[in-house]
Design a protein around this ligand. Structure first.
Ligand code: SAH
Length: 363
């Protein structure tokens, strides 16, 4: 008999789950119980769902997979307690997520794809291209698995790990709805941020959803000419088109846009760059988040000097722009996006031990 492909039950919204269960001849309220086990109690298997009959649990196991991520490596920063998690997916692929503790709560940064095809020149996640999109369940499970491991509540989620979330739009949208759903973890929409390199049609689509989430745009340059040198996506959409789409997002959701700007020595960090950035951020009241670039071995970009960063920030402040410098978290644990995954994959290929990654290894 041909093996039937099992369906991914953790990616199903509650209405979809009700449809599935009634289709199996079960009562609709069972879907609510099942949903609660998966998305509130964060169960990793059908066996844990003790208020469902053993017979139903067996039936579910025959038809569905209950995605559950187990960390294969956890590194904890000796500096600030930030943890990097490396998860193995069902097909053997690896993704990384980060857990950060702030005074206002715990934040998880998740990946949205295995690899990335956007090709930003300073980014480690894109060096090997895109492997595949992550399913809603695989995005949710990064949050759930960290919550199970830390035994602490997650209050903020940022989609800023490996991958371009808007290049995985449909799955991202299901993920966002389920993450903020009152029948699930019920994370406040205001506490969710999606970061994009700037896919204009998808920004406009997301605007129509009227979710209260924050959109962060990775701008990194204030002229098309400079941006094209750093980000291939700038060949496709101009800064003008991008800012128009951001205005649309702001108007339709009431949420201010964050502009991310990685400061790269001698490339985009002059006072003139700061003036141009102010002119873009000002009219929409954008918040600017400056990121001292994280040098990646394979790329030859250097960080701006501390003095240059301060001067850049001052210029923005003089122009009444709300600006912060991204606090560096977990500097001792493969800080830059995608580096833990990449180095682990390289070590696995070379059959080297996985011991020299810095930080404190907890798993
Ligand atoms: N694809 C999305 C989200 C992933 S990257 C995006 O482009 O926004 C999250 C942020 O880190 C982006 O602003 C990205 O440009 C930035 N980033 C990537 N590599 C970096 C590096 N080496 N140094 C500093 N910032 C980096």
């Amino acid at each position: 008999m041909q093996e039937i492909q099992k369906k991914d039950i953790k990616s199903m919204t509650l209405p979809k789950l009700e449809e599935e269960l009634t289709g199996m001849g079960e009562k609709a309220y069972r879907a609510g119980q099942l949903y609660q086990w998966m998305h509130k109690k964060l169960a990793g298997s059908f066996e844990e769902m003790t208020n469902l009959s053993a017979q139903l649990r067996t039936k579910l196991g025959e038809r569905y997979t209950c995605t559950c991520l187990e960390p294969v490596r956890v590194q904890e920063s000796a500096v600030d307690g930030t943890r990097k998690y490396l998860f193995r997916l069902g097909d053997g692929n690896l993704v990384e997520s980060v857990w950060m503790k702030y005074r206002h709560g715990n934040s998880v940064c998740i990946s949205s794809q295995v690899g990335c095809r956007m090709g930003c020149r300073f980014c480690a996640s894109t060096l090997d291209g895109l492997e595949r999109n992550l399913l809603p369940s695989e995005m949710l499970e990064q949050v759930y698995a960290i919550s199970r491991h830390t035994k602490e509540r997650v209050s903020n989620v940022v989609v800023m790990g490996t991958g371009e979330p808007l290049d995985n739009y449909d799955n991202l949208l299901v993920f966002l709805k389920m993450l903020t759903d009152e029948d699930g973890l019920h994370i406040s929409q205001r506490n969710v941020t999606v970061s994009t390199c700037g896919l204009v049609p998808q920004i406009r689509l997301l605007a129509r959803e009227k979710l209260g989430i924050t959109l962060a745009l990775s701008l990194h340059a204030a002229t098309d000419e400079k941006r094209r040198k750093l980000m291939p996506i700038a060949e496709r959409y101009s800064i003008r088109e991008l800012m128009d789409a951001c205005a649309d997002y702001f108007e339709s959701t009431g949420r201010r846009i964050t502009l991310e700007y990685s400061l790269i020595g001698g490339v985009n960090d002059t006072d003139r760059d700061a003036e141009k950035l102010s002119a873009l951020a000002g009219p929409l009241g954008c918040h600017v988040n400056l990121i001292p670039v994280n040098p990646v071995e394979e790329r030859n970009f250097a960080r701006s000097s501390a003095e240059r960063i301060r001067s850049f920030q001052n210029k923005l402040e003089k122009n009444k722009i709300n600006v912060t410098i991204r606090r560096e978290m977990g500097r001792d644990i493969d800080g830059a996006c995608g580096q833990l995954r990449r180095r682990t994959m390289q070590a696995m290929k070379a059959k080297e031990p996985l011991s020299d990654f810095g930080g404190r290894k907890t798993c």
